[in-house]
Design a protein around this ligand. Sequence first.
Ligand SMILES: Nc1ncnc2c1ncn2[C@@H]1O[C@H](COP(=O)(O)OP(=O)(O)OP(=O)(O)O)[C@@H](O)[C@H]1O
Length: 483
Amino acid sequence: MFQNYFPYELVGPIKRYSHKLINFFYPYIHISFAEYDGDGDGGDDYFERSHAYAAIKRYLNAHSTNQARRLRANVVGDDDAAVVLTMANHEEVTDEFNGVKLWWSSGETIPSTQTISWGPREAEKRYFSLTFHRRFRDTICGEYLRHVLEEGKAIAVKERRRKLYTNSKGSESDYFSRRRSLWSNVAFDHPATFRTLAMDPDKKKEIVDDLLNFSESKDYYKSVGKAWKRGYLLHGPPGTGKSTMIAAMANLLEYDVYDLELTAVKDNTELRKLLIDTSGKSIIVIEDIDCSLDLTGQREKKKEQEDGGGDKKKDEEKDALKEKLKKLEEKKPSEVTLSGLLNFIDGLWSACGGERIIVFTTNYVEKLDPALIRRGRMDKHIELSYCGFEAFKVLAKNYLDVEHHDLYFRKIRQLLEETSMTPADVAENLMPKLRGEDKESCLERLVKALEEAKTKAEEEEKLKAEKLAKQDTQIPLGSKEHA
Ligand SMILES: Nc1ncnc2c1ncn2[C@@H]1O[C@H](COP(=O)(O)OP(=O)(O)OP(=O)(O)O)[C@@H](O)[C@H]1O
């Protein structure tokens, strides 16, 4: 009936004008971002968490702290340590971008009917809604949303709790253990930083610059066709800070740490699986590489040399080596080979995205096969050595909050030049032993320890010289050895 009286030609213009009328009275646009995107790609939508929703959540949380109706954030202990916003229905956050005002609100879809399903109840489907004036549609849908997502992502990287992964020999016999990751992990909370690391300041700066340069060189590595990886060899006596430096590296770059125990790796296939299973932004650490594998095939020979040539090494270093070799011999020999390890380091990661640092540590750099540590494989060799005066100053600041002391600093400087003590031992002496122990008595304890170390070293030198002199007199004059 209506059609009879209403000319068909008027429908189009009326529609146009009614839109304009609506836009005039309500010139705003709403966009919603649901928690689960449900893009129908065949997967279970419940697990399709929307990346946009998560990024917006973080962005809003960071930007709403000063607002009256701010969002409440709770850190929950799930795997991602995600920040969960508990935003009451229709709570609103205003934002401003290049002078444009916007409004964010959150909501939940209310179920119309009660149904039984395996997924979450409908009431749990949350979303954020963005409202802005339609005049700014291009700016908001382009520049602004890009800015929100990028900032949200950056916050997520910062908030992510880093992890320390370890591999251990596990039973591989059943179906489930074969499917499980070979890595187990705990939260990585090591407090070491380059600020608290005791070493020569110039050397420290060089290492920090090198690390930062590496982490910012994605495009460079891509342009020269190299895998985005860097190898560091840390060497030096026990207690000079190799492990501490690795923790400082991880904290500086905000990387995860994979502590790879090579003796627990069954074969090269398992090694490949372990290395592929590492995430980007990670440091893979192989400690005591000289004892991890029979990399050179000369382990036994070297051991004999060590046992025979007692005069050449300090007693404590010899004991440490013996202890490590004993531990190694107790373990089943690993079938991982040097070539397997090097192949992975050289080639495999070219195919994996993300930056990776590999760190080898050793107390005895001279034991390593030159092929393993040549430049290109290990890009930087860092020697960590006995405590110098500059390193001592860092430790004195860390442990006693002392930056200068007229009497003790001069004495300690001289003693450190005359004798060798590891930063670990210096730190141990500086640490207050009794409650309320004053700084002077801690410094005094270090002076005494250094004096004792000096006397001991002098006595050892004397004994050595006497032994040599004795050997000399026992060789008959005119013999080949004497000549
Ligand atoms: N350079 C250093 N700066 C600050 N602290 C240090 C340093 N070196 C050692 N320490 C202290 O000594 C402890 C032991 O040091 P660390 O484990 O890093 O030595 P390491 O060289 O890795 O020894 P090892 O070869 O036996 O593994 C650390 O927990 C730290 O407190």
